[in-house]
Design a binder for this molecule. Sequence first.
Ligand SMILES: NC(=O)c1ccc[n+]([C@@H]2O[C@H](COP(=O)([O-])OP(=O)(O)OC[C@H]3O[C@@H](n4cnc5c(N)ncnc54)[C@H](O)[C@@H]3O)[C@@H](O)[C@H]2O)c1
Length: 245
Amino acid sequence: MEFSGKTAIITGAASGMGLLSGQRMAAEGANVVLTDVNEDGVKAAAADIRQSGGEAIGVRADVTDYEQIAHAVELTMKTYGRVDILLNNAGGAPSRVFGRPEGFKDRDIELLDWGIDVNLKGAVLFSRAVIGHMIEQKTGVIINMGSIEGVTGSGAVEYSAAKSGMIGLTKSLALYGAPYGVRACCVSPGPVLTRPAMANMKTLLGRAAEPGEICDFILYLCSDKAAFITGSHHLIDGGRSCGAP
Ligand SMILES: NC(=O)c1ccc[n+]([C@@H]2O[C@H](COP(=O)([O-])OP(=O)(O)OC[C@H]3O[C@@H](n4cnc5c(N)ncnc54)[C@H](O)[C@@H]3O)[C@@H](O)[C@H]2O)c1
């Protein structure tokens, strides 16, 4: 019960790695606040966790809307009295999420805005909303979900730019939070099998990651075992960033 007595907020928690991280944290004793634009999804997921003996609530929070973020944090404080972990996980490449493969010069401005707002600005806003509470508690961890594409660049130009920004955000939060016992780390996965198409992306190890392989590492970074780790960026990419052999 690694996270007994701790409270975690997770964004983009209705599916994929956000949902799995929430389920695993709850299984380790955390009070989990699952947030997403998919309100039905997070409410159903929270009910499942409660049914299996864990503690969770599901709250609608669009990471591009500060009022909804502030409401989710307020509800967390009212329900559990503290926030120890923030996993800024909501995101995705607009071309993949909306099935819009057109190249950068033809991409709608709305898609570019979505890519930056959900993948970067949302994490800035959510971090702003929780860090005061973490500072007051003198403890807390913020994990930002990056991507291999934020390191190598990709055809998803706005996505890669936003994910690169997550590294700078992480280092800045680490500098800001360190005097108060608040840590921040960035995790950048290579292809992960939350989407079947990711099986086609090459890695040195010849396969994509299982979602659990990424979530295990996120949980480690959130735990007290990682108390000396902050400001760091962690690629989990099966060697994809190494280039051609
Ligand atoms: N799957 C991969 O191969 C891969 C690789 C590298 C990085 N990532 C990153 O990992 C994170 C999770 O990816 P996943 O594959 O589990 O994705 P997923 O599509 O299963 O989950 C993303 C969640 O974000 C939610 N979301 C979308 N817009 C939102 C908004 N405005 N506010 C709140 N929630 C919103 C969606 O409803 C969804 O539940 C993303 O940030 C993604 O960019 C994924």
